[in-house]
Design a protein around this ligand. Sequence first.
Ligand SMILES: Nc1ncnc2c1ncn2[C@@H]1O[C@H](COP(=O)(O)OP(=O)(O)OP(=O)(O)O)[C@@H](O)[C@H]1O
Ligand SMILES: [Mg+2]
Length: 126
Amino acid sequence: MSIAAGNAGPLLGRDAEIGLLASLLDGIADSGGALVLSGEPGIGKSRLLAVAAEFARERGLMVLSTTGVQSEAHLAFAGLHQLLRPLRFHVADLPAARRARRGLRAEPGTGAGAIPDRDGRSRPAR
Ligand SMILES: Nc1ncnc2c1ncn2[C@@H]1O[C@H](COP(=O)(O)OP(=O)(O)OP(=O)(O)O)[C@@H](O)[C@H]1O
Ligand SMILES: [Mg+2]
């Protein structure tokens, strides 16, 4: 199988990985799931992530992404916060029990909610 992503040309020799991504996404509404993609620099991780995102959108799923930033390494949950930030206006749509979770209420720059640092102390949300 070869799958083109943008102008990058066909993705070669990744049938097994592509099949795994497809089967994970096919069952995700029922069982959820997680997958860690790791490998040597340049081995094709970003290409496979692009395929995963494409498959997810084809299945009507929302795709969110986040990137680790070294300067935020000391901030607990900084990546998670970045990941969920686009959803902050939908918190009211969640069931009350989930809405009550502190991390989801935290809004950068508003002082609403707080994010614990690595020592467990709370600091205002960014
Ligand atoms: N299976 C493949 N078939 C064709 N091209 C590939 C394949 N895997 C990777 N490439 C190409 O190799 C280059 C590096 O791929 P990619 O950026 O996905 O690697 P990466 O693992 O994310 O690298 P990094 O660790 O630097 O983030 C890209 O030009 C990509 O198109
Ligand atoms: Mg990459």
